[in-house]
Design a protein around this ligand. Sequence first.
Ligand code: ADP
Ligand code: MG
Length: 230
Amino acid sequence: YYEKIQQAERLKTSGQLAAAVAHEIRNPITVVKGFLDLYKNDPKIKLEMGSHFQLMSDELDTAEHVISQFLAIAKPNLDQSTEVVNVRETLKSVSDLLKSYGVLNDNVIELEVDDKCYIQVNKIEFKQLMINLIKNAIEASKNGSAISVTGKRQKDDVEMQIIDNGCGMSEQEVKALGTPFYSLKSKGTGLGLMICFNMVAQYNGTLKFDSVEGEGTTVTIRFPATKSSR
Ligand code: ADP
Ligand code: MG
């Protein structure tokens, strides 16, 4: 229970932080990037410093990415509407999406989702949640290994699991998950899981990490089940 309060406090603080940071930084970045892109195509600059300009532009893209992730928490999603979501169909489309965007480094997603799994959520947010979690599983895994994604009814809940045989985490590392900017990746933002915890809590769901260092991680997501509207 105490941990739950801590988590809520963490989310509240990070939300306030997000609002401040995003608004202060987003506009200047957009301006600078606009000028950079303008100069980038100047023939003289292109010839002499093209690669520098590309680098600057790419770095600003990264900064913008961080900020939009921030805004996803600070600014409530404008479209807050929820619907009855068919978990099997949605996870299939998430898996197809990851494939078509080449996010999988030869990794295979093994989908095993029961029919009759329905939850009441905002579909876009739910997809974002699963994309974030599956991407983390892929990034933790060796090229070519399998990621298992399952879904089933468990009493009044729909339980989903994402299982990888990747690098895993220590107990300390698992405890830090959800902290803003906590990332062990050189190009990570450490914001993905903060957004995930936020979203799951919003729908009275739970998000749990079981991990063994060097062996892999199992992520368990639970949402209250709802009946099909069809
Ligand atoms: P990012 O992916 O940008 O680093 P996240 O908030 O998505 O930020 O994840 C935070 C950190 O949690 C990651 O950098 C990684 O160290 C750890 N992590 C998350 N999922 C896994 C996983 N499936 N296996 C191992 N480590 C993980
Ligand atoms: Mg991530």
